[in-house]
Design a protein around this ligand. Structure first.
Ligand SMILES: C[S@@+](CC[C@H](N)C(=O)[O-])C[C@H]1O[C@@H](n2cnc3c(N)ncnc32)[C@H](O)[C@@H]1O
Length: 254
């Protein structure tokens, strides 16, 4: 299966999820609801006047927050309906975000010269080739610009809570292709109310080694790599959920 057909299938899949995926209400964004974690906020820093590109932006809550923080924001996604939701929110909030329908693996030439490229929470797993993805992102950064990846931890992706205080392994950490969702918690959150659409789609679990190698091979300098627990992501694991990683945050510069 070619990368282009993976992206085409995934576009249809995400469009099917669009009607039920609206993100944060406009009112909460207006009143300054913070869609970033404290760690993301610290990594992002002061973005006033900076050119920011968000990849796989979905309905745009993070992109809109970057705009609220004073950045000049471009945000891309393959799902037109998600982008339409983002544009409607931008209008309601009086914010400017350049939402564009683009495949993050084949960005148009004019999308370049960014001070920050950001991807988060269930974005990176849609790239069929993490090396090509990192190479493209690195090319589109200004010298000194930063890449921030804030993602589900690949270990979380392969672990399933099998009972009170018990984990089982539901996928192979070392094999990126994810055939379906053995654990419904690993499917996009919206599928828990809507169900997984009966449409072909394909995502990939990139190991920590895959991600770090891809970023280094792309010529970037890793500035920080942090792992975090998130009890909600391991329901029923009790306090043990605080002892294993659920997310990670990588920052790198060109
Ligand atoms: C879980 S959501 C985005 C996560 C985002 N951080 C959020 O919290 O809304 C995943 C998004 O990736 C998008 N996507 C999947 N493959 C893509 C690709 N090749 N290029 C750009 N966007 C893609 C989907 O359309 C979907 O909106």
């Amino acid at each position: 299966m070619s990368d282009a057909s993976v992206v085409r299938d995934n576009q249809r899949y995400w469009e099917a999820l669009a009607p039920a995926r609206t993100g944060a209400p406009v009112e909460s964004l207006r009143s300054g609801a913070d869609v970033f974690t404290d760690h993301e906020r610290a990594a992002i820093g002061d973005v006033r006047g900076r050119r920011v590109l968000q990849l796989a932006c979905s309905v745009g809550d993070e992109a809109l927050t970057f705009a609220q923080l004073g950045a000049e924001v471009t945000a891309v996604d393959i799902a037109p309906s998600h982008l339409a939701t983002g544009r409607a929110k931008a209008e309601a909030l009086g914010l400017v975000v350049d939402f564009q329908e683009q495949n993050m693996m084949a960005l148009s030439e004019d999308l370049t010269g960014f001070d920050l490229i950001f991807i988060s929470w269930g974005g990176l797993c849609w790239t069929p080739d993490v090396n090509a993805w990192a190479h493209l992102a690195a090319q589109r950064l200004n010298p000194g610009g930063s890449l921030i990846i804030s993602e589900h931890h690949p270990l979380w992706e392969v672990l399933t809570v099998a009972g009170e205080d018990r984990l089982s392994i539901s996928a192979d950490y070392f094999v990126p292709d994810r055939a379906g969702y053995a654990d419904p918690l690993k499917a996009p959150e919206i599928t828990r109310t809507l169900g997984v659409p009966d449409l072909p789609h394909k995502s990939f679990v990139w190991s920590i080694g895959n991600v770090i190698s891809a970023v280094l091979t792309a010529g970037l300098t890793i500035q920080s790599f942090q792992e975090f627990p998130e009890a909600d992501m391991y329901p029923n694991l009790g306090t043990n959920a605080d002892r294993i990683p659920a997310t990670y945050l990588l920052t790198a510069t060109r």
